[in-house]
Design a protein around this ligand. Structure first.
Ligand SMILES: [Zn+2]
Ligand SMILES: [Zn+2]
Length: 145
């Protein structure tokens, strides 16, 4: 478990003033590979105002502390960026959406495939989402057979 200083530094690294609600939200968002949606954050932080959560997420995105993932489920999910990530195409990584538990994971060590675009197209971002079963669900479902 990380102490409070760890999260203060993460905010300061992105030039975000650490406030108690920002720290609280960041702490909940920092869950390894697993991404989290705004409705989930609202559910686990019932004491935090919904508008505070949405404003804080927007701020985190603006400062590239977190990145958004469109996994096709209709709800954006978010995960904390590595400290050296600038959210450019160079830092794009593979995401994995589990069709059974609807969780989305950042596979930060798997770079996205590079495609060469026809003349005139300029690449700004890549949304590369693989779908299937996460290890937990794959195991659970294989027991049922
Ligand atoms: Zn799953
Ligand atoms: Zn990611």
């Amino acid at each position: 478990m990380h102490d409070g200083d760890f999260f203060v530094h993460k905010l300061e690294h992105r030039s975000i003033k650490p406030t108690s609600s920002r720290l609280l939200i960041l702490r909940e968002m920092y869950r390894g590979d697993e991404a989290i949606s705004m409705p989930e954050l609202e559910r686990i932080l019932p004491t935090v105002d919904k508008s505070t959560i949405s404003r804080t997420l927007a701020l985190f995105l603006l400062h590239k502390l977190v990145h958004a993932i469109d996994d096709g489920s209709g709800v954006l999910k978010y995960n904390v960026c590595d400290d050296d990530c600038d959210c450019s195409v160079d830092f794009e990584h593979t995401h994995f959406y589990c069709e059974n538990c609807n969780r989305t994971f950042c596979l930060k060590h798997i770079a996205v495939p590079v495609v060469s675009l026809p003349d005139g197209f300029s690449l700004k971002s890549i949304n590369y989402v693989l779908k299937g079963l996460c290890p937990e669900c794959a195991e659970k479902l294989s027991y049922k057979k």
